[in-house]
Design a protein around this ligand. Structure first.
Ligand code: NAD
Length: 486
């Protein structure tokens, strides 16, 4: 059994296959108890440039992209196996770094990241190129080529999974990578890059430079020798990413951004208990720090009281506790800034006239960590900030409606369009509402289904492009046409 005392945390950048201290460092504290975990490289322009140079060299000499697909597959499968072999270590690191319960870090984060890497690895030697049906005597080959050097910038809420969703298809397609993890949770990304090396991914192909957004993220997004930037994070920064991509070398920019997902429950919901479990469980999962959290609950007015009575009965289950305890299902928020943001939204909800019916306060302050009670607001209207803005914490805003048209209008009245759900036993209503909802994913009579085989991403200001599934290859490959006269 792997214990916290066995961890050897190393926060140095990993560039060209070697650990690099960099010119500056910062102290990374744990949200679990506020204690400093280790010093981490505070990457800047110099470290980013070193990493991009290494990635470019690796791409140009084809030490990775030049391998036969079956060989890249073997290495990626080995990389996935190494994640599983180090699952306890990675899960503990993730929990200490970002505060999520270790049971989920182990069962969800490590497993999903490993599965993602394996899935793209196994796909590599099953993707065919095309010949266009021109009818001419010349052949028109349409081939997919890796884009080159891919810059990856990820957030702190699912550090390993967010990284895996991008590095796995990008590596499988033969690209080289410079990954900048969030300054709030950089440690597992660094470990992933070490395991990639151990698996046989050549030095320089997968580089990691930790650091802050403006200091390390901007030089990466602006770099003239980066061909593609794949970003997951807030809508505010995502917009800047597109601007930087355009102002520099017109690099391809893909953004997976924020959400304020509506969960619509009609009075003819087929299983109210299941709907309540899903509404509460999904919004409080990962302390509410999920882009696709169903943070707006739209309930048909005639069942709202019954629904909330059942929801309130479940709330004690989500009381925050030490995330290192395997029994814990609600851990710590990532840092004090995030906790203050969440508490600020709770105060805003109260001052705007919403009714606080559960939670609302910081707890476990004596631990030195950052814990907030699972919180529910009733009587929310769509113009309130807690209905419009992404809180990214354990806060559920409850609104009510009287018919499908009103539900759809309210659901779509948002700058975001990541996910949505509709609960009804009327198949026509389910289909009609699902079609009318502006969202990248719509769930019907459930909320939690997910699979690597399906695309994930949003419409409107929830971003541009899709992670996961074979469609993700579109982001990391360029189509090339070759006319061959025969
Ligand atoms: P953030 O936008 O503050 O930061 C994300 C990353 O961008 C971090 O690595 C950060 O250092 C970097 N960054 C910050 N400023 C930058 C700049 N000027 N230039 C370049 N890089 C910069 O987001 P966050 O607080 O880390 O994460 C939470 C957000 O991520 C939420 O909005 C959430 O919805 C979103 N998210 C979206 C998805 C999705 O798939 N759609 C998944 C997870 C999280």
């Amino acid at each position: 059994m792997f214990n916290v005392s066995d961890l050897k945390l190393d926060g140095r950048a990993l560039i060209d296959g070697k650990r690099v201290q960099g010119a500056a460092v910062f102290s990374k504290a744990s949200p679990v108890d506020g204690r400093v975990l280790c010093e981490v490289t505070r990457g800047g322009e110099v470290e980013i440039d070193l990493a991009v140079t290494a990635a470019r060299a690796a791409f140009e000499d084809a030490r990775w992209r030049g391998l036969p697909p079956a060989q890249r597959k073997r290495v990626l499968v080995q990389f996935s196996d190494l994640l599983l072999a180090h699952a306890d270590e990675l899960a503990l690191t993730e929990t200490l770094d970002m505060g999520k319960p270790v049971r989920y870090a182990r069962s969800v984060d490590v497993n999903s990241a490993a599965n993602c890497i394996r899935w793209y690895g196994e796909a590599v030697d099953k993707v065919y190129d095309e010949i266009a049906p021109t009818g001419k005597s010349s052949l028109a080959l349409i081939t997919r080529e890796p884009v080159g050097v891919v810059g990856v910038i990820v957030p702190w809420n699912y550090p390993m999974i967010m990284a895996a969703w991008k590095i796995a298809p990008a590596l499988a397609a033969g690209n080289s990578i410079v990954l900048k993890p969030s300054e709030k949770s950089p440690l597992t990304a660094l470990r992933l890059a070490e395991l990639a090396l151990e698996a046989g991914i050549p030095p320089g192909v997968f580089n990691v430079v930790p650091g802050f957004g403006q200091e390390a993220g901007e030089p990466l997004a602006l770099h003239m020798d980066v061909d593609c930037i794949a970003f997951t994070g807030s809508t505010k920064v995502g917009k800047r990413i597109h601007v930087m991509a355009g102002l520099s070398n017109l690099k391809r920019a893909w953004t997976e951004l924020g959400g304020k997902s509506p969960n619509i429950v009609f009075a003819d919901c087929p299983d109210l208990d299941r709907a309540v479990e899903a509404a509460v469980g999904s919004v409080f999962f990962n302390q509410g720090e999920s882009c696709n959290a169903p943070s707006r609950l739209l309930v048909e007015a005639s069942i709202k009281d019954k629904f909330l009575e059942k929801a309130l009965a479940l709330v004690p289950r989500y009381a925050p506790a030490n995330p290192l305890d395997p029994a814990t299902i609600m851990g710590a928020l990532v840092d004090k800034t995030q906790m203050d943001t969440v508490l600020g939204y709770i105060a805003a909800g109260q001052s705007e006239g919403a009714k606080l019916i559960a939670g609302g306060a910081q707890v476990m302050g004596d631990t030195g960590g950052f814990y907030v009670e699972p919180t529910i607001f009733d009587g929310v209207t769509n113009r309130m900030r807690i209905a419009q803005e992404e809180i990214f914490g354990p806060v559920l805003s409850v609104l009510s409606f009287t018919d499908a048209a009103e539900a759809v209008r309210m659901a779509n009245d948002s700058i975001y369009g990541l996910q949505a759900a509709v609960w009804t036993s009327d198949i026509n209503k389910a289909h009609g509402v699902a079609r009318a909802l502006k969202a990248g994913t719509v769930h019907v009579n459930q909320y939690d289904e997910d699979d690597i085989t399906v695309p994930f991403g949003g419409v409107k200001q929830s971003g541009v492009g899709r992670d996961k599934s074979l469609h993700a290859f579109d982001k990391y490959t360029e189509l090339k046409t070759t006319w061959i006269r025969i």
